[in-house]
Each structure stands twice: as structure tokens, then as C-alpha cells.
Ligand binder design. Structure first.
Ligand SMILES: *Cc1c(COP(=O)(O)O)cnc(C)c1O
Length: 570
């Protein structure tokens, strides 16, 4: 394919996401949501699905994380040059921000699969001569700035994105809104789908919400009311102006505030949560809407370590495009699974030594924990009773952590600092490192190299979680609270281990922290540590089960086939 125009020849699914994580070199993601979007796009390319993705260029990235002497997170912009990696497309859209015209342009990245599949990702950009200096910064910082900045970004993403697709000649068969950030695109579609009756603002019959719904699929990712984007109508009127009549907007997006989730719910014909449990939780949050569930996945070829992938290639050729083949993992000799994992472990330990100077022991059971450092994920929970942890783990455990806290999240930063400060108490008895600047590169080295993957969120706040799926693919069993995808992937003692009580049918989960902590220590002491050190064969079987019973299913190939049959073709 030479010209972007070739992409416009067939009609496509337009996949809108505030963040997309394709590679570390394009730092336009902050965590799981963006990485999921990237993995989704890569599987779509593998499967040759007609898709075009739209996101923001985030010229300053999310941020680069370092630590000061006190272990407090420091943030700096990520330097990258879009012009080195992306191609600027002709054509500009105009959006209205604070009563001014703001120009929006798009940079294109081509995602190419070895299957021959190929599709474009458009990165929207307002850093254009002629725009006011402040408007040129709208697409600089992912999740930066205040409410007004966020609303401007969502105008660019939703309205700017929809307009630019049209200007470039893309034909769109469905719009997929990955989280509510892109909901404003529905307003643009409403304006396109006005029925040819009285062309007056207050002619309600002329607003064809039905046609817009038929075009839109909405995936919600947030399991709590407070997590959904909202804007006061004062702000909306000042920043966005009247895109559709205010009365109608209030009807669709909420009476008192513009709630982006409500707007998307009201204007989509198919809505889903990102795991079965999350579907139920969302259903309870939004009664009156039918909410389905399609469990998230990971892109197998992106997240397999080179060591494990070589083994899969040898015994299960074709696995990367048909991950279901992993179900036959038991054909691989134990010894070779162990060796592949040892390779990934050595590769991680080399990195740990390079970055922190700490020398980790390849014989010792190593626990990994890495994800965004935010309160509900409880990164510091394993340190709840340091004396007990020392007793259980001295000489038998090593811990590797990583993860960024949002720049405004002091609690998250404290949690990191607390972990970093544990090293003095544990000394050489139990080595602990906190690796800086968690990103896709660090993740792909860290996750496959540990022996178990720890996850202890406060239920039901982990809508899905995907890092555990990356672990499973690499034969790293999960040790996790029963929330998100793990409720579906967990078979106790076979695919990994649970922490805390079983999930409840009710959606209002209470805080089980005390039970969780106790169970965490007990299982480590009585089940996991003995199995690891005394039953190598038993341990290796759990590793294989993680691959054959978790990874074969929890991947974006399976997920995309479900989106096609259950959402896009409806
Ligand atoms: C996979 C991934 C995540 C998501 O991790 P969760 O445990 O699902 O929260 C976050 N950040 C990066 C860099 C990742 O690769």
C-alpha cells in the first residue's frame, strides 16, 4: 500500500480511544486502557479486519518517571518526534473551542501484520501554525491539565476525529467508542443524521437518535460512578458551545452535568463491559440499558517473551495467529518450558542489575507486581505485616515492582515511596526492587521474568486487568484477588491461586482487606512456596495450565472475533 487513500476504499470500523499504546516509541498511553487499544488494533490487523483507529498525538507523552533521594516520583515530558515515526496526512478539520476555530490535523501510523493485514491509526494534532499558542497545546499532555483542558481534548478527539475521517474520505460502518472520552462524536453524528424535516433547532422530530445508535458501539471500562467523565453545563457552554440544542443534550447526557458515559449509553446500540463481572457491575450502575460483556485480551505476539515464543513456534506453529493452539501446550516437554522461563528470568535479572545494581538470585521464587500506582490496586498490600512477610519469605522470596502514579495522585506516590522504603527493613533477607518508568518495554521484560504475578485490587474495581494475561501467556501463574478477568480464568491450584473470598453475585462488594491480607500470607506460606521449592513437576504443570487454560482464551484475537460477531455485525 502506498497511499493512505487505499485505506478509504472499503468501509471500516472507526475505533476511537483517548490513548493507544502500540510501542514504547509512541508514548501516547498511560496504562491498561491504551495498551488494550493497541493490542486490539494489532489483532484486527492480524485478522485482516477493516478498521481505522483514531486517537490523540499526546506530543509530550504521558510522562517519564524518575525518583528523588526520598523515593518520591518525579515527572518529566517524554521526548519523541512524531515526524520520525508517523506520516502527516493532508486535510484539516475545524472544531470550535471557546468560540474560536481550531484546526486539527492527523498523523498516520500503519500497523502491518505478517499475515498481510494492514490498517491505519490516526493521531490527531492541533499543533498547527495559525492556531492560538494555547490551542496548539491541546494535544500535548495525555490526562494533563484541568477539566477545561480535558473537554477541549475530547472535542478534538470526538468531533475533530469524526470530521477528519470524513474529510479524508474514510467510509465508516461503525464507530467503536473505547471508553467515554470519545462520546462527543455522537453529537457530530447527530448533526449528520438530521432528518429532512423542518430545519429548526427546536424541531425534536428532526433529531434521528436511532440512526446514530445504529452506528455506535460503546465499551465502558469504569466500574464506579465517580470514575466517569463529567462536565458542568457552564463549562460545556463556554468551551464547546451549542453543538446540538442544550435541551436535547441534557436529555441524552444528563440533566445536571454532561456525563460522557450517559451520552455514549444513550447513543449506542451495543454496550459492553470488559469482563463478565464488570458487565454485571455496569448493569447495576446503569439500569435501563442493556449491558453485555466481552472480556479483554492481550495481543499474543506482542507479549510473549522471545524465549517462550521460540518454544511455541517449535511445538505449536501458527499459535500467534491462532492462539487457541496453545490449548495443546502439554505437548511441550516440561524441561523446555522450564528452560524458556529461566531465559526470561535471567533477562529480567540482568535488567534489574543494570538499572538498580541489585543482584537477584535465579533460584529464588520471584513475585512480580506492576501496574498504574493508584489506590485501589493496593501495591503495598503485601507489606501490611512486614514481620510476617519476613518470616515467610526470608531467603525464599524476591519482589519486583513497577508502575507510575498520575502526577496529581499523591496517594499513589506515597504508596510507591512506602514500597521503595521497605528495602532497609528487609535487607538481603528478602530483596525488593521498584523499577522506574514502567512502560511497554519494561512490562515485556518484567512480566515474563518473574515466577508469579501478584494482583490484589479492591473489588470490584479491577474492571478486567490485562497484565495477568500477559503473565499467563509466559507460563507465569496468577496469584490474584477474584476480580475482573481472573474470576473467569481462575481454577484454584491449577491455573494459579486466588486471594481472599470468592466473588459475590451482588454488585456492592464490601472491603475485604483483612481477609485478603491473611489469605495472601497463608497461601504463600503453605501452598505456593512449598510447591515451588519441593515439587518442580507440580509447579511446571501450573505454568503449563496458565498457558493452556488461560492464554489460549484471554487474548485479543478471541476478543476481536467476539466484537465482530456480537457488536459490529449487529
Ligand atoms: C498491560 C499493561 C498495563 C495494564 O496492567 P493491569 O495489571 O491490567 O492494570 C499497564 N501498563 C502497562 C505498561 C502495560 O503493559
Amino acid at each position: 500500500m502506498n497511499s493512505w487513500r487505499n485505506y478509504t476504499e472499503i468501509s471500516r470500523i472507526a475505533y476511537f480511544s483517548m490513548e493507544i499504546g502500540l510501542t514504547t516509541e509512541i508514548p501516547t498511553y498511560s496504562g491498561g486502557l491504551g495498551v488494550l487499544a493497541g493490542d486490539t488494533i494489532k489483532s484486527a490487523a492480524d485478522l485482516k479486519l477493516p478498521l481505522v483507529a483514531v486517537t490523540l498525538i499526546s506530543r509530550k507523552g504521558y510522562f517519564r518517571q524518575t525518583f528523588n533521594e526520598q523515593g518520591w516520583q518525579q515527572e518529566s515530558p517524554v521526548d519523541w518526534r512524531p515526524e520520525d515515526l508517523l506520516e502527516l496526512l493532508p486535510g484539516k478539520a475545524l472544531v470550535t473551542v471557546e468560540n474560536r476555530d481550531v484546526k486539527v490535523q492527523a498523523w498516520m501510523y500503519r500497523v502491518k501484520s505478517p499475515t498481510g493485514g494492514e490498517l491505519p491509526v490516526l493521531f490527531l494534532d492541533t499543533d498547527i501554525p495559525g492556531n492560538l499558542p494555547e490551542d496548539r497545546k491541546i494535544t500535548d499532555h495525555l490526562y494533563g491539565g484541568d477539566k477545561s483542558y480535558r473537554l477541549k481534548q475530547e472535542i478534538v478527539l470526538g468531533i475533530g476525529g469524526a470530521r477528519l475521517l470524513q474529510i479524508l474520505g474514510f467510509q465508516v460502518r461503525k464507530y467503536h467508542l473505547n471508553e467515554g472520552h470519545a462520546s462527543l462524536l455522537t453529537l457530530e453524528l447527530l448533526n449528520h443524521h438530521r432528518l429532512p424535516v423542518e430545519d429548526t433547532w427546536d424541531e425534536r422530530a428532526s433529531w434521528d437518535t436511532r440512526s446514530v445508535q445504529e452506528k455506535c458501539v460503546f465499551t465502558t471500562h469504569t466500574p464506579v460512578e465517580a470514575g466517569h467523565d463529567r462536565f458542568t453545563y457552564d463549562l460545556v457552554n463556554r468551551v464547546m458551545g451549542e453543538v446540538i440544542p442544550t435541551d436535547l443534550l441534557k436529555e441524552l447526557g444528563g440533566k445536571d452535568e454532561l456525563n460522557m458515559t450517559m451520552l455514549a449509553l444513550n447513543l449506542s446500540h451495543y454496550v459492553n463491559g470488559v469482563a463478565k463481572k464488570h458487565g454485571q457491575v455496569s448493569q447495576a450502575l446503569f439500569p435501563g440499558f442493556e449491558i453485555h460483556a466481552i472480556t479483554n485480551g492481550i495481543h499474543p505476539f506482542t507479549w510473549g517473551s522471545p524465549f517462550m515464543m521460540a518454544l511455541f513456534d517449535k511445538y505449536l506453529p501458527g499459535w500467534a495467529y491462532e492462539p487457541e493452539l496453545l490449548v495443546r501446550v502439554d505437548n511441550i516437554p516440561d524441561r523446555e518450558i522450564q528452560d524458556a522461563h529461566a531465559g526470561a528470568k535471567a533477562y529480567l535479572f540482568q535488567y534489574i542489575e543494570e538499572i538498580t545494581g541489585a543482584k537477584f538470585d535465579p533460584e529464588i521464587l520471584t513475585i512480580g507486581f506492576a501496574r498504574r500506582a493508584t489506590a485501589y490496586k493496593r501495591a503495598n498490600m503485601i507489606f501490611n505485616d512486614p514481620e510476617r512477610l519476613k518470616k515467610i519469605g526470608a531467603g525464599k522470596l524476591q519482589l519486583v515492582f513497577a508502575g507510575k502514579a498520575h502526577p496529581h495522585d499523591d496517594y499513589g506516590k506515597k504508596m510507591i515511596q512506602e514500597i521503595r522504603n521497605q528495602t532497609d527493613f528487609f535487607g538481603d533477607d528478602l530483596k525488593i526492587v521498584y523499577l522506574p518508568n514502567y512502560n511497554m518495554d519494561v512490562a515485556s521484560r518484567l512480566i515474563p521474568g518473574v515466577d508469579i504475578w501478584l494482583n490484589n485490587p479492591l473489588r470490584p474495581l479491577e474492571a478486567s486487568g490485562t497484565s495477568g494475561m500477559k503473565a499467563a501467556l509466559n507460563g507465569v501463574p496468577n496469584f490474584s484477588v477474584l476480580d475482573g478477568w481472573w474470576i473467569e480464568g481462575h481454577i484454584e491450584g491449577l491455573t494459579g491461586w486466588s486471594i481472599g473470598p470468592p466473588p459475590t453475585e451482588t454488585t456492592t462488594d464490601v472491603n475485604h482487606s483483612d481477609e485478603d491480607v491473611k489469605d495472601l500470607y497463608n497461601k504463600l506460606e503453605k501452598t505456593i512456596i512449598p510447591l515451588y521449592y519441593k515439587d518442580r513437576k507440580g509447579w511446571t504443570q501450573v505454568m503449563k495450565n496458565a498457558i493452556g487454560k488461560n492464554a489460549y482464551y484471554f487474548n485479543t484475537h478471541v476478543m476481536m472475533r467476539r466484537y465482530v460477531t456480537e457488536a459490529y455485525l449487529r
